[in-house]
Ligand binder design. Structure first.
Ligand SMILES: [Zn+2]
Length: 273
């Protein structure tokens, strides 16, 4: 298993690991459920499951627990001189945004990694099959999108095992990495996840905060400016405005000589460095 030193200081880690949380306005309730195309009987589950994990309330404890030079299987990027990137999309699949994103990726022959949520997967497993058929990777982002760092070890185990089983049942391909909602996970939990599931924990090097909807061109520019060899870009395929920012970002980065690989491929390149 490849190991990566986390070089980030506590300060830079705090800056990098801002959030992949959903804003409160996007917490799914009955009125907005049609927007994500979920069945009525799932409303209660989704309303709980997609509540925003609050990174701000846990980051201090996490960073203090880990220290600046902790060795573990956590990736925010890899060391490489090659112009290679992994672009990741969290919290889907979404009924309309995800298929449109897949079209955008296919047009450019770009492969991505999707950190899907089990409570979303259950209603559209066919989208996961399309992802796999088109060369994308699927990672584990839990079933309920809860804050793992606030859960018991057994709670984390259940979240990941159920999502793992859903993904494998839908596609025949087990996930190989995980991303904790909000980036919130403890050192002990990461060690359990690695030893029991074989998953490295995958965070990100660039968070354009697309879920805050700062404007399509702003998100595009943040992705372009935040890209560097070996980087991991964080996006969310729940939001139309996020998808709108993808074509120009990809086209610009491709024109600058970057190529896109899946997260597992990126991690494999670290071993060759
Ligand atoms: Zn998420």
């Amino acid at each position: 298993m490849t190991r990566l030193f986390l070089f980030a200081t506590a300060i830079t880690a705090a800056a990098a690991l801002t959030s992949c949380q959903l804003p409160s306005s996007l917490v799914i309730d009955e009125a907005s459920a049609s927007a994500v195309g979920v069945a009525d009987d799932s409303l209660r589950v989704l309303a709980v499951g997609l509540e925003a994990p609050t990174w701000d309330s846990v980051k201090e404890a996490n960073i203090n627990a880990e220290g600046p030079n902790q060795i573990d299987d956590t990736y925010t990027s890899i060391k490489t001189k090659e112009k290679v990137l992994a672009i990741t999309f969290d919290d889907g699949p979404h009924a309309s945004n995800t298929p449109r994103l897949l079209d955008i990726l296919k047009e450019r022959n770009v492969r991505a990694t999707f950190y899907v949520v089990g409570n979303m997967v259950r209603y559209r497993p066919e989208m996961l099959r399309r992802m796999v058929a088109e060369g994308h990777e699927i990672g584990n982002h839990t079933v309920t999108h809860g804050t793992l760092s606030k859960m018991s070890m057994d709670g984390v185990r259940k979240e990941l095992q159920a999502a793992h089983d859903q993904i494998e049942a839908a596609t025949g391909v087990p996930p190989r990495t995980m991303r904790p909602p909000g980036g919130a996970i403890t050192k002990a939990q990461k060690q359990m996840v690695l030893s029991e599931f074989g998953y490295p924990t995958v965070l990100w090097s660039c968070d354009p905060k697309d879920w805050q909807k700062p404007g399509v061109s702003v998100v595009t520019q943040r992705l372009v400016d935040g890209a560097y060899p070996g980087g991991i870009l964080l996006m969310h395929d729940l939001h139309k405005a996020s998808i709108d920012a993808v074509p120009a970002a990809l086209d610009t980065l491709l024109s600058r000589g970057y190529r896109f690989v899946t997260v597992t491929e990126l991690i494999g390149m670290e071993a060759d460095f």
